[in-house]
Design a protein around this ligand. Sequence first.
Ligand code: CTP
Length: 397
Amino acid sequence: MLKGKKILLAVTGSIAAYKAAFIIRLLKKQGAFVRVIMTKASSDFVTPLTLSTLSKEPVLIDFLKDDQTGEWNNHVELGLWADIMLVAPATANSISKMISGNADNFLIATYLSAKCPVFVAPAMDLDMYAHGSTQDNMKTLEERGNRIIYPESGELASGLVGEGRLAEPEHIIEVLNTFLKEGLSLTGKKVLITAGPTHEPIDPVRYIGNRSSGKMGYALAEAAVKRGAEVTLISGPSALSAPSGLLKMVKVISAKEMFEACQSNFDQDAIIMAAAVADYTPKEVSNIKVKKKQDDWSIELEKTQDILKWMGQNKTNQKLIGFALETNDAVAHAQGKLEKKKLDAIVLNTLEDKGAGFQTDTNKVTIIEKDNKSTSFELKSKEKVAEDILNKLEELL
Ligand code: CTP
């Protein structure tokens, strides 16, 4: 899997820096292109000459290449060059700089410029590793889409025994291989995902909405990014933060805005319409707050554009996956929608199932395809449901 892949190895100042030599050898043996960047501190543990000899590329440490001519090393170019960035070993200090964005050295500036998947293999003494700061920083790293290759337990340079020893180079290579095999199956595919509810305005302070949290759509977007897809996420109002690595994030409020955003981002390989779009919207929107004068108040509603139906009618080669949330005669209703909206598949969830639907962390779905082939899945986390849906999408593609 690593053959021809461009790996940027970032080495920071831990005694485990000497293991970078073994990592480079293994990567080169598998046919990867390797470039190495180091912090100054790491060059006290292993020489740049060792690592440049093994990688067959100059090792970069400073921003300045030549202080006579002012030539500089381009961290942006290097960050964009890499297919994968591997920070190994990663010290507590460098991890903390990765979190705060403290780009006072070439390595961190390159990390901040990289758009590729980043793997971080920490190495430090057991108490430094167990410290709340390090643990919090590692959690944040993961939340931002970095992947941690957890350290092993064993004898440490201090003589103490515990967790903090850099994962073995063979294990690190295995993690990268597994990632490339499983993780990038949607490379080069453009995928549009919609998520969340829509809010239909009544006046400047009131709206008609629904209980969708956006969790399913956001989980789909995150999983698709991890598989290498170029993901555009169009989201109605949701408290969730955007998954990292998206190609584009478009925030909308109303069904009308969501329709417009979908039309201008329609050129895709696949579209998953997970948003709970309002079916009706107030016919008139007051531009001043409506005062409570009458005892009762009727609001006249009109149908919104069925976005998915429009997509079905206008698609060229896009694979279309819709959602159906039903309370009764679920399969029959979902099959009806699949046909009416010219979909390739529909993900059915029914409120009859406990733990499924809106505002839960779990979902229980059945995926129905064009030929009425259906696959039912167990109740599972929305992250795992997202994987099932993407597996189906990959079959369709
Ligand atoms: N949908 C859409 N535009 C709308 C309404 C729904 O694109 N105005 C999409 C949803 O994102 C979902 C699918 O259509 O993928 C099914 O939504 P649902 O509300 O269950 O179906 P409807 O066709 O609106 O039918 P009904 O509300 O009558 O069940």
